[in-house]
Design a protein around this ligand. Structure first.
Ligand code: FAD
Length: 413
């Protein structure tokens, strides 16, 4: 394992008798560098291993169910390495006790603000009780703070910094032959993608087709690592594989870079560039032909059948085709009284309904619609210099009516 994945926050200064792995973003056994690091401690110190599975519930029960299913066999598959598996969904005294009585804690790196807050509590407790602490980055190919030491401007500025280090961080670790249920499911989805869709990935933008991997919810819960996905697809050389790796590694890790270095990634006034705020201010009073509310959106009550179909995919199926996500957020900008209101509506819907919501990708995808990681475009009403998308573009490029039919079929089956 590349040791640069590990940040030793403090060494242990106690006589406690177990190593604790605090699994909170990488819910898997394969290519889990935190688990590998914890086991290295176990071998070096001859102490026992204990594992905590920590995840705070989301508002949407569909997401919680997806997570619970993915880890339902955790005790069983961890049994060969530990009989002490705890589950927590909130910070409490019992969890504090498990942490305070450990010799050394190994924790997955968290990136979102709530995950950082959790990390600070663990850190404070380890200081108070002289418990060792390491933080490990296993959910990205290249650790965020190694790839770049600053918030990057665009994919073009981070691409080389990441892609030039793939070999160095190609450090697969496979601890066991057992799999969490979510890992098994993720591998099934990956195999299906490779067999049926990877060849067509260059045409992924067509919403009427189903050429993308569907792996984002599995990546969100850490049921699969980008390293595993990379290693399975990399043998299939060609333009499709290159585009897929660009999305999986460069775009995804650009999103992690944004969230890691920008604490205001979830507040309207912190998400984008000066030119974008300036142009939005200049167009704030432009007349809006249509104004809709969140209630209109979730009840499919806009005049736009493509937007309504995208909302049905979101509400009923917990996902949305990637191209339609851009169109969807752009329309919310067009149909909201203010840009701030549009941002808040988009983020609320995104994080509640998507199985892959509440991730660096989600915050970054919505911010992109407000100019982040993008450039200024020719000026037009409401959007100013923000990139504009319209229904005619969908009709021109794709068989968008087929997308509407496809969603009706999926929703009604
Ligand atoms: C407004 C908006 C909201 C979005 N919300 C989310 C979200 O909540 N969660 C989420 O995971 N993604 C989000 N995205 C990014 C992207 O649309 C999804 O990651 C992708 O559609 C997921 O489908 P897939 O796994 O089949 O992707 P594939 O095309 O198969 O890509 C493979 C993986 O690459 C990564 N990836 C793909 N496209 C992007 C991208 N543009 N930016 C960063 N990483 C990418 C994802 O991890 C994805 O699973 C959003 C994009 C926009 C424009």
């Amino acid at each position: 394992m590349n040791v640069d994945r590990i940040q030793i926050v403090r060494d242990a200064d106690n006589k406690n008798d177990y190593i604790l792995y605090l699994m909170c973003t990488s819910f898997r056994l394969h290519n889990n560098h935190s688990l590998e690091h914890a086991l290295e401690f176990v071998h070096a110190t001859k102490k026992d291993l204990r594992v905590v599975l920590y995840r705070e519930p989301e508002e949407n029960e569909r997401n919680n169910e997806f997570f619970r299913h993915g880890v339902e066999n955790a005790e069983e598959v961890l049994a060969p390495i530990t009989n002490h598996v705890y589950r927590f969904d909130a910070w409490n005294e019992e969890l504090e006790e498990v942490i305070a009585n450990a010799y050394h804690v190994v924790k997955d790196r968290g990136y979102l603000n709530a995950e950082k807050a959790f990390e600070r509590k663990v850190h404070a407790l380890s200081d108070e009780y002289d418990v060792g602490l390491s933080i490990v980055e296993s959910d990205v190919f290249v650790p965020v703070r190694i790839a770049s030491q600053k918030e990057e401007y665009a994919a073009s500025t981070i691409r080389k910094k990441i892609m030039s280090r793939l070999e160095e961080f190609h450090d697969p670790v496979n601890t066991t032959l057992e799999w969490f249920r979510g890992e098994e499911d993720a591998l099934g989805v990956l195999q299906d993608f490779i067999l049926e869709k990877l060849d067509h990935y260059v045409d992924r933008n067509d919403p009427s087709k189903d050429y993308t991997s569907g792996l984002s919810p599995y990546l969100k819960y850490g049921f699969i690592s980008p390293l595993t996905i990379h290693d399975e697809v990399v043998y299939f050389e060609g333009e499709s594989t290159e585009s897929f790796i660009e999305e999986l590694i460069v775009r995804r890790e650009l999103a992690y870079n944004f969230i890691y270095y920008n604490d205001k990634y979830d507040q309207f006034d912190g998400i984008t560039y000066d030119w974008a705020y300036k142009t939005m201010n200049q167009h704030l009073m432009d007349e809006r032909e249509h104004l809709y509310t969140k209630d209109d959106y979730i009840n499919f009550r806009t005049h736009d059948p493509y937007f309504n179909a995208a909302m049905k995919e979101m509400v009923h199926l917990g996902k949305m085709h990637g191209y339609m996500r851009m169109y969807w957020a752009k329309k919310i900008i067009e149909w909201s009284r203010t840009y701030k209101e549009a941002y808040e509506t988009a983020i609320t819907l995104n994080n509640y309904y998507f199985l892959d919501g509440n991730t660096p990708n989600g915050y970054t995808g919505v911010a992109w619609c407000f100019g982040k990681h993008d450039r200024a475009w020719p000026e037009r009403p409401i959007f100013g210099k923000l990139r504009y998308m319209n229904a005619n573009g969908l009709k021109r490029k794709f068989d968008i009516e087929e997308y509407v039919k496809k969603i009706e079929r999926l929703v009604n089956q």
